[in-house]
Design a protein around this ligand. Sequence first.
Ligand code: ADP
Ligand code: ZN
Ligand code: ZN
Length: 751
Amino acid sequence: MKALYADVILPLAFGSGLSYSVPESLAENIRPGCRVRVPLGKQKMYTGIVARLFDVPPTDINLKEIAGLIDDAPVVNAVQLEFWQWLFSYYLCTPGEVMKAALPAGLKGPRVAKAKTKSFLCLQPSLRDNPPAIEQTLTALARAKKQQEALRVFLRLAQTSEHGPGLFREQLIEAGQQAAIIKALIQKNILEVHEIEVLPDRVPAEALRAAKQLSREQQKAMETIRQGWESGTNVCLLHGVTSSGKTEIYIHLILDYLAQGKQVLYLLPEIALTTQLTARLTEVFGNRLGIYHSACSDSERTHLWNKQLGDDPFDIILGVRSSVFLPFKNLGLVVVDEEHENSYKQQDPAPRYHARNAAIVLASLHGAKTVLGTATPSIESYYNCRTGKYKLVELSGRYLDWQLPEVMAVNTAELKRKKRMKSLLSPPLIAKMQETLEAGQQIMLFRNRRAYALMLECAACGWVPRCKRCDVSLAIHKQGSVLRCHYCGRKYNRPQICPSCGGSDFELRGYGTEKVEEEVRRLFPAIRIARMDSDTMRNRAAYEKTIADFEQHKIDVLIGTQMLTKGLDFDRLQLVGILNADSMLNYPDFRAHEHAFQLMTQVSGRAGRKSGRGSVIIQTSDPQHPVIQHVLNNDYRAFFQKECEERSKYAYPPFSRLIEVIFRHKDESLLEQASVFFASLLPRDMESSVFGPMPALVARVKGLYLQKIILKIGPDISLKAAKDYLCRARDRFIKDKVYRQVQIYFDVDPV
Ligand code: ADP
Ligand code: ZN
Ligand code: ZN
């Protein structure tokens, strides 16, 4: 028998995978994708994944032996290994970093996880959607009062259940019904019970609803998507205003692929993965849908992974960014909803991947199709449609011709001049709020910054308290009593005396959501107000509770940051106020206008979905600003045109590709020298593409200084060549005795 060798990926941030020899005893069972135990260094043992097996002896003949084989079948399939390969070469990180991000920690332990089940109750079939029969049943229970009551409670809860027309037994018990009474209803064949796996929430096939019939325009859009795919354009961009029915189209496309026996991946940004959408999809797909969000525990994640590897995987995975790492056997379709969302990009740690782009690659490895959907396409994706790389499909109207809201701008500069801005809220906004509240309708106020005030300033000398560890001023919370760094989270006491001039008179500058809340309470003392930002929404449960309260009209005014903008649908939301649009427009980043347009359009789209025409008021000191005008006219194309003119002038994406090289160290001057040294390692002919080194926008975070070099790679240089240069420079850099202490990493396509 020939000797056998294996490349093994280890969960490390250095090196590109190591080779080992395979002992004869393991040779028969070992496969790529299996986990193995391997020695490293003098005495460490690691669990790694076999990436490749080969029989040509490698040059290093002193290879160590694999110590043990953990799996008798691969836990990572062949397409996944290929996908990992793409990730680490594209995003310039190590295979180990990809492995660490991809594998649930639980896969380090024993492989089999047992499924838990829960009892799910629904009406027996002849009673379903049959009010007379239900009425009869209730009457028949007249002598069994407790059972009658339990059935009523069941019917009431089931109406608003997020699990389709049924609910879990434990929900009924939580609502005060006794187990014995519920059992009686089951024995009388009024309710039926299904034992289902709890991860994730699932309904049995019996409780499913049919997909809604598409409108003519939706039907046409769907056909155009299919034609695009058939003619060989594998990615379609579905550009449709909010409430045009994009989700309904996805549902129909998914049904298509399921019918062909294929799997589907439905990606969403974390915060958009609310019960609203989950419920909508669960109603149609029930048991076939697996849900994956970042609050899933590691054991849930491991369970899901194993299920997907097994014989009975979910057909659809609805999940956040990292669900691109799950195993798929037979992927046919990828849906990327809200494709413009920046939270699809992982910032830290490596791999710093963009889940939309990674998902498109994953789809192509599977020979699958992709649909990207949004009301506000990213400039990159729309540009890809212009060049013919993607197919553009448009849905211009809302479903059933519900009207888009009326959007108007209020000039705060002028109102200030006339001394009419007596509050953060302009008189026209206050008047409209009054009117909306009187009509019993709801309001959202959007302010893109949290905190009470943005900074504190000495009235005499202008001194501003700053974080000791980060290069930023401190934000003011809790009505001015607490100062906090938004970069490292550290809290500080409010200074009584200015350390610079000894003065004791301080002023607050700027305002955030907390101040808006205070202001609304002052102006409208009798109404119900809630605030939604990362200070008040510490976890998913808090977030979902606020959404549910707003849905059920237990809240009149909801104030918040961009958390408000995400795919939510509220029947009685009539008015949206956007405060201080200027701060979004003036942010120092070439994408600022794109984000401002997206945020304003998305948050506007929440208004007036079903109950009459909604209104949006944008407070700005510059109503003539082109971006404000494009939002007012709901004119994406004009916005795109203007934005492309600007970007092509300065060769920003999509007219170039960016790679950032980031350096981190606590010693500022060493850091500067190191980054200059790195720049000197890049070849001369790249000079015109290299910008920096320069300090990062926030030049110090948590005690570490940050420098960066930006590479702008235009059409004249190959991306591959540029990456090779960067990697070679890095290899050289980390060999330097002094500079190697400086942390260095690459961010490819930063957002
Ligand atoms: P989008 O995803 O584009 O924001 P949705 O799919 O959420 O739009 O549609 C908005 C609302 O209109 C939802 O409540 C949805 O159920 C309803 N709707 C859209 N299309 C249809 C349809 N063809 N039949 C019935 N209801 C529809
Ligand atoms: Zn001072
Ligand atoms: Zn800090």
